[in-house]
Design a protein around this ligand. Structure first.
Ligand SMILES: [Zn+2]
Ligand SMILES: [Zn+2]
Length: 258
């Protein structure tokens, strides 16, 4: 079994056909998917999709793109969603200086505020970091420790930065860019992550792996990330599948699975 630890089946491109995407995923042994929110509305949909599908669990939170719309009512709404039994993580949260859709200081405040909520609720955190490595690390370190753990999703940092995240107790998750031919940095990092901290994800509908780059992504394609990791780490596909699955079950508190 393989776990896609980061998918957005709540996205309007995937939501209408969730049953089809789950069927395709099942056919390649992808039997558990973390369905991730990016604002209140998408978090609510992530939770309701998880409530009606056995293979789905949900994460709720506000993405840095949406940080500028953060207000007290959103916090109330998120706290209510967090009570749902299928919510297993807080996210995705973090900083995105590539698109810069929200002012940097607001992104930082909203990131820190949500780290505090996640810690109070004893939930693992799903961290989005795009072109903001130094500030993400600083805010994580200022707000730690994280007894429930966390994950650097779609890891784009260097191998040299890994120890800082590992010291926080975090897992490192790889997505489609690992399969891109020009992606040297994630490939170097992927070889260095300890066995017990490695995760895989699609971040669908975005970041479709090779040989589907540029096409609509969906959870079944996480097998291409597993394949690439096996190649980079010099082990069997089955080894990566079983390591990443047990790491995902442990991090998200999902027991031993089925
Ligand atoms: Zn992200
Ligand atoms: Zn995402």
């Amino acid at each position: 079994m393989i776990v896609d630890t980061h998918a957005h089946l709540n996205d309007s491109r995937l939501a209408p056909d969730v049953d089809q995407w789950l069927q395709e995923a099942r056919a390649v042994d992808v039997k558990l998917i973390i369905n991730v929110g990016a604002d209140v509305e998408s978090s609510r949909l992530a939770v309701s999709q998880a409530a009606s599908h056995d293979e789905l669990v949900a994460a709720v939170g506000v993405h840095p793109h949406e940080a500028k719309s953060w207000n007290a009512q959103m916090e109330v709404d998120l706290l209510e969603l967090l009570e749902h039994p299928k919510v297993c993580a807080y996210g995705e949260i973090g900083l995105d200086y590539y698109y810069d859709f929200s002012p940097k200081h607001i992104q930082q405040e909203v990131f820190a505020a949500q780290l505090r909520i996640a810690k109070a609720k004893r939930l693992p955190v799903i961290i989005h970091d795009r072109d903001a490595h130094q500030d993400v690390l600083r805010i994580l370190e200022q707000n730690g420790p994280y007894p429930a753990g966390g994950v650097m999703h779609c890891y784009s940092g260097s191998a040299e930065m890994l120890p800082a995240y590992l010291d926080l107790g975090f897992c490192i998750s790889f997505a489609g860019p690992l399969t891109f031919r020009n992606a040297k940095r994630p490939a170097l990092a992927a070889a260095e992550v300890p066995d017990d901290r490695l995760l895989v994800e699609t971040d669908c509908p975005y970041l479709s792996p090779e040989p589907y780059r540029g096409k609509l992504n969906h959870p079944a394609r996480v097998v291409h990330i597993v394949e690439r990791l096996a190649e980079l780490r010099g082990v069997e596909f089955a080894t990566i599948a079983s390591q990443t699955t047990s790491n995902a079950l442990r991090l998200f508190g999902l027991g031993s699975g089925d």
